[in-house]
Design a protein around this ligand. Sequence first.
Ligand SMILES: [Zn+2]
Length: 266
Amino acid sequence: MPEGDTVWLTCRRLNEVLAGRVLTRSEFRVPSLATTDLTGVAVREVVARGKHQLFRFANDFTLHTHFRMDGTWRIYPRGRKWSGGPDFQIRAVLATAGHDAVGYRLPVTELLPTADEDSVVGHLGPDLLGPDWNPDEAVRRIALQPERTIGEALLDQRNLAGIGTFYRAELLFLQGVHPRTPVGQVANLRRMVQRGQQLLYANRWRFEQSTTGDLRPSRRTYVFERPGQPCRRCRTPIEIEEFGPLGQERRSYWCPRCQPSAEPAA
Ligand SMILES: [Zn+2]
């Protein structure tokens, strides 16, 4: 699942080819937008907000899309064959004189007045890669639920926007914190969220994510998707479990030695 840094880079690239340009064609393959045509409308900018994409147009409307599990936006120079998946997976096409931007497998594709963007992204906490990143506000929001596990709190986009299961696993390993530690028992929440921001920031200019500093495919992570493999620090086998609110359980990875379980509350 794409996380905040991937969405940020995608929106940067989309902005480079679309901003300031007039659409020569638009196509939406979702029922609610089947008759919408933005041909002739200029694109103001494309920005990321957490894991959401916002395309702002000169007619004061915004296209809001979200990748969820495996959605993506691909950019093709005019005339290049599209290759992001079969045609039936295409949800949106925005074309300029020079490029086609094609949105594949987007579970969210909606158009709304730009003035109403808060209705779709206003609930988000501080954006780890946004111009308004505010670690104190992220800490304040996380700390409001001290009994909740830190693993769940980091994934909650209302606390801070951009972290998914990849960065959650790696961040908790780097901080030596077990994923099920109650928020109230985490020693330094501010350092935790700052480190999270640093991890996304360090990866923002490439689509391959690495927290180890090593870009070789088998060396990019400490614990994420390494169940049963030896910890890179202590050789203890990495553990895996799914946990979270009912119906939203997500995979969690940790080293039982480097990230010991929290003491039961007295
Ligand atoms: Zn370890």
